[in-house]
Design a protein around this ligand. Structure first.
Ligand code: TXA
Ligand code: MG
Length: 312
């Protein structure tokens, strides 16, 4: 993906004027606004039809800017050094003088923060004198967008501008870790938990309980493709699109069969998951069946999203 400097300037112009715009990140596209401006941020909630009780992730370009708004600690520094910029979001306490809009945090005194690695977004963040709040750029409960055409599908012309950044490399949302006390994973995501455990040198609690609603991102009806989905399927029904990790027999030309990866690669599967689910829905299928996906590494996040999608 090449830079287009004039597009980045255009994006800055809209953000400076308190508009809400689409921006690329390495995980999924975000719906971004100035995190210091309540006027700008409330537009995100309106557009997404997002409950006000559901706080937003704020995106920073560097740690010095973060320190103005958040209190950092040792665990944060260890993880930051190893994984940021990248697909990990940290929950930290706010500083007394933080300028973050109260609407972003739902008046709580903690904040979800992330340092995105997408080159285009990094360029943009470097030009701004405020961080940006950005949830995934989809209507609440639907699939997150991984390319600009997905945003158009959800919002039509309701969004002022979408900054082009190509297809997202990770394809699944960031991993969220609460670092205020004992580290706790609140959402599985693009960074594998085992890698985080290695850096912190301990087992980490995973608290993404599907039954107990701790944070809104953990609600069951998230990430829905809009049609029923079944998991661990060996024999799909005739009306179902069947998703497999990769082609097993070279000669299988069944038009109902779809593949997540060319090789046998879970990272490639993660990258393709949301766009494939959208494609199948748009082809007019009534239902989706997915074969059993290995539950290790990023496969854990893929299964997490499929479980939520299957509760539709
Ligand atoms: O990869 C990502 O994280 C993408 C890109 C755009 O950065 N963003 C994203 O945002 O997935 P969103 O809003 O779709 O999901 C963020 C989740 C929500 O479930 C929200 O409830 C939770 O993070 N969250 C935000 N602030 C929080 C906080 N202070 N404490 C606990 N959970 C929080
Ligand atoms: Mg989301």
């Amino acid at each position: 993906m090449k830079f287009n400097q004039s597009n980045i300037k255009k994006a800055k112009k809209y953000l400076d004027k308190d508009y809400c715009i689409g921006v690329p990140t390495e995980t999924v596209y975000g719906l971004a606004a100035n995190a210091y401006s309540s006027y700008a941020v409330q537009k995100i909630y309106r557009l997404k039809k997002r409950p006000k009780s559901n706080p937003l992730i704020v995106h920073y370009s560097n740690i010095n800017d973060l320190k103005k708004d958040c209190l950092i600690n040792n665990n944060f520094l260890k993880l930051y050094k190893k994984f940021s910029p990248g697909p990990i979001t940290y929950i930290l306490n706010l500083t007394k003088n933080s300028k973050i809009s109260k609407i972003v945090t739902n008046k709580e005194n903690n904040l979800a923060v992330r340092f995105p690695s997408h080159k285009v977004l990094k360029k943009l963040l470097n030009m701004l004198d405020y961080p940006i709040a950005a949830p995934s750029a989809n209507v609440s409960t639907r699939l997150s967008p991984v390319q600009t055409s997905d945003i158009k599908e959800d919002f039509g012309n309701k969004i002022k501008y979408v900054l082009e950044g190509g297809k997202c490399n990770v394809g699944l949302e960031s991993t969220i870790i609460d670092l205020r006390n004992k580290p706790k994973i609140l959402r599985l995501g693009g960074l594998e938990v085992s890698k985080i455990e290695k850096v912190l040198d301990k087992k980490i609690i995973i608290s993404t309980n599907l039954k107990k609603k701790t944070i809104p991102g953990q609600s069951r009806v998230h990430y829905s493709p809009g049609i029923p989905l079944r998991m661990n399927v060996i024999n799909p029904n005739k009306n179902e699109a069947y998703i497999l990790l990769k082609k097993k027999k070279k000669k299988n030309n069944n038009p109902n069969y779809f593949y997540l990866s060319k090789k046998n690669d879970l990272a490639e599967a993660a990258k393709n998951l949301y766009s494939l689910l959208r494609k199948i829905k748009n082809k007019g299928y009534e239902a989706i069946a997915v074969e059993k996906i290995k539950n290790s590494g990023i496969g854990q996040t893929i299964n997490d999203r499929l479980i939520r999608a299957s509760k539709f």
